[in-house]
Design a protein around this ligand. Structure first.
Ligand code: MG
Length: 383
C-alpha cells in the first residue's frame, strides 16, 4: 500500500463563533481544516485540525524545496508521496525532519498531527481493527464524558446551562473562557451557581483562560477562591510558556492544575511533567503531534503519576481519536465532549457520537471508527 495523496480541505461554518448568552449554547469552530490521506489500496484516512487551516494547507501542499537527501524545507505531502502509510512512527519523524526549518512546532506540528491521525485511521482500516487496539490496548469500552462549554455571563445563565447538561445525561461539566477573569467576585458567583445546580454528586471543571495573563500569585488567588466549590481541575490559569509559574501554582494549591492544549511534542510535554509539575496533561491530538506523540505522552505521564485528559473541542473526528487515546491509557478518567451547536461540531460525521449513562462508547469499527459525511464536507468546503 502506498500513499497517493495528502490534501487539506478548508470548511467554514455558517454559524460564526460566538460566546453564548444566558442559556444559549456556544456555536463552536467557525473554520475547520480537514486532512484527507489517500492510498492506492482505496483506503482513506481522515482527521480534523484546529489551526489556521489556510496556513496548514500551504504547509501540507507546498512543493519539495530541498536538495535530495537534505530535506528540511519541504511540503509535508511531498515527503509522504509513495510511502507505506503503515509506518506511522517513521513517517512522523520524516515529516518532522523534512519541515524542521519552518516547523518543529506551531502550524507545521498541527498539520503533522492531523496527518498522523489520518495515518492511524488508515492502519486501522487496513488491519480491520480500531485504532486503540492497534496502539496496543483497549482497556475500556466507554469513557465518562464531560460537557465542555463556555461560561455564561450571569449566575442564572450558569444554573440553567448546568441543569441542561445534567438533563442531557452528563455527570461532569466544564465552563471556560467567556467573561471569566474579568471580575474576580463575579467569577466566584458564576462558579457558585454552577456548583449549586450540579449538586454534590457531579463534577465541575473550570477553564480559567490563559489569555487573562495572570501572574502565578494571581493564579493561586483564583484557585483558592474556587477551592470551596471543589473543581475537578482548573485549566490554563497561566500563559502556556510559563512553565515555572505553573510549578509555583501547582505546588501552592490542592486543586488539580491542568494545561497542555497549546503544548506539542514529547519534548514539550516533558517540560510540563518535569518542570511545570502540573497534575493533568491535556494534549490536543491535532496539535501535540498526533496519536504517535500522544502515546509517548501517556507513557511518560503513567511513569510520573500525572493524568492525561485530552483536549478536544472540535468535531466527532477528534472526539473519536481522543476516545481511542483514553481506551489506550490505564488511568483514563474523562473525555472532553464539545457541546457546541454548530454543524462542523455536530454533523461532520455520520452517526454522531452519543452519550449513554454519562459516557461515550469507544468506537469499535476499524480505524477511528467514525465516518466523515461527504455531503457535509461538500456543503461547507471553501477551499
Ligand atoms: Mg481550554
Amino acid at each position: 500500500m502506498k500513499i497517493t495523496n495528502v490534501e487539506v480541505l478548508v470548511l467554514k461554518s455558517p454559524g460564526l463563533y460566538r460566546s453564548p448568552e444566558a442559556d444559549e449554547e456556544a456555536v463552536g469552530p467557525t473554520y475547520m481544516g480537514l486532512v484527507k490521506v489517500s492510498t492506492d489500496a482505496g483506503i482513506t484516512g481522515w482527521s480534523d485540525m484546529e489551526t489556521s487551516a489556510p496556513v496548514a494547507k500551504a504547509a501540507v501542499e507546498a512543493p519539495r524545496w530541498s536538495e535530495p537527501g537534505m530535506e528540511c524545507f519541504d511540503g509535508l505531502a511531498s515527503l509522504l508521496d509513495g510511502e507505506n502509510p503503515l509506518e506511522v512512527e517513521r513517517l512522523w519523524y520524516k515529516m518532522y525532519r523534512g519541515s524542521i526549518y519552518y516547523g518543529r512546532r506551531g502550524v507545521a506540528m498541527q498539520a503533522i498531527s492531523a496527518i498522523d491521525i489520518a495515518l492511524w485511521d488508515i492502519c486501522g482500516k487496513f488491519y480491520g481493527q480500531p485504532v486503540c487496539t492497534l496502539m496496543g490496548a483497549r482497556w475500556r469500552e466507554s469513557v465518562r464524558a464531560y460537557a465542555s462549554t463556555l461560561f455564561r455571563p450571569t449566575p442564572e445563565g450558569m444554573r440553567l446551562a448546568a441543569a441542561r447538561y445534567l438533563d442531557a445525561g452528563f455527570t461532569a461539566v466544564k465552563f471556560g473562557w467567556g467573561v471569566f477573569g474579568e471580575d474576580p467576585r463575579r467569577d466566584v458567583e458564576l462558579v457558585t451557581a454552577a456548583r449549586q445546580a450540579l449538586g454534590d454528586r457531579h463534577d465541575l471543571l473550570v477553564d480559567a483562560g490563559w489569555f487573562v495573563d495572570r501572574t502565578p500569585k494571581q493564579a493561586i488567588a483564583v484557585a483558592e477562591s474556587l477551592a470551596p466549590y471543589r473543581p475537578f481541575f482548573i485549566e490554563e490559569l497561566l500563559n502556556p510558556e510559563d512553565y515555572d509559574g505553573y510549578r509555583r501554582v501547582a505546588e501552592a494549591v490542592n486543586t488539580p492544575i491542568a494545561c497542555g492544549e497549546q503544548e506539542s511534542t514529547e519534548w514539550g510535554f516533558r517540560e510540563l511533567i518535569e518542570r511545570a509539575r502540573v497534575d493533568v496533561l491535556q494534549p490536543d491530538l491535532t496539535r501535540c503531534g498526533g496519536l504517535t506523540v500522544a502515546r509517548k505522552i501517556v507513557h511518560m505521564a503513567e511513569r510520573a503519576n500525572v493524568l492525561v485528559i485530552p483536549h478536544s473541542w472540535s468535531s466527532d473526528l477528534l472526539t473519536a481519536a481522543s476516545l481511542h487515546l483514553n481506551a489506550f491509557q490505564r488511568r483514563a478518567v474523562l473525555v472532553e465532549f464539545n457541546t457546541a451547536s454548530g454543524p462542523l461540531s455536530r454533523t461532520l460525521c455520520k452517526d454522531p457520537l452519543r452519550l449513554s449513562d454519562g459516557c461515550l462508547r469507544v468506537p469499535d469499527a476499524p480505524g477511528l471508527g467514525v465516518e466523515v459525511d461527504q455531503a457535509i464536507v461538500d456543503r461547507y468546503r471553501i477551499a
